[in-house]
Design a protein around this ligand. Sequence first.
Ligand code: B16
Ligand code: MG
Length: 218
Amino acid sequence: QPKAFLFDLDGVIVDTAHFHYQAWRRLANEKLGFDISEEFNESLKGVSRTESLDRILAHGNVALNPAEKEALATLKNDWYVELINKMTPDDILPGINEFLAKTRLAGIKIGLGSVSKNAKPILERIGILNAFDAIIDGTKITKGKPDPEVFLKGAEELGASPDQCVVFEDAVAGIEAGRRAGMKTVGIGQPDILTEADVVLANLNNLTIEDLQKALHF
Ligand code: B16
Ligand code: MG
């Protein structure tokens, strides 16, 4: 039986992936003079703030000094925070509350594995901070996904070995991080994008722990 479930935040618990895209797109449009597509945005999911900016600048062939980059990253985050401040418990994605309840009932530990420095304020806003036994966020790690650090720290805090953990992720970089950590991975999204995940689901609606264990061969 699995001992711990590790959930990504953006795109799994809440649809903040969309807010990140909105804020980055606004930055590219208003400050850099080019646009970024939704397809390009896939490559930013799960990637840290500074690394995301570097990828956007490379994409638009723009070179900036560290101070300029810092200013743009701050501006993006200000816009992003404006968006997340409007969130309520209604923004929790379909099936999440029920699935977390089933997980707890099954005696499986619940951890958050997010690269975001805004993770805790978001969980507070949507009222589910207390659902987590461990929270690993951007303030606790030095390497973003696809590095496995965030999930390995989560397993450690929950007292589980990697092979007893399941990672729930919407990002290509996040699935890679879970795999590199030696964990089973559940992709939330499209199978043609999350090709490396052990199982891909559209969402966690009506998912039972038994069905999941079967699908993952636990
Ligand atoms: P912040 P996750 C990641 O969160 C996002 O997917 C990624 O788009 C974002 O750049 C990163 O957090 C950093 O977020 O700017 O709020 O610190 O998917 O790991 O939950
Ligand atoms: Mg994500």
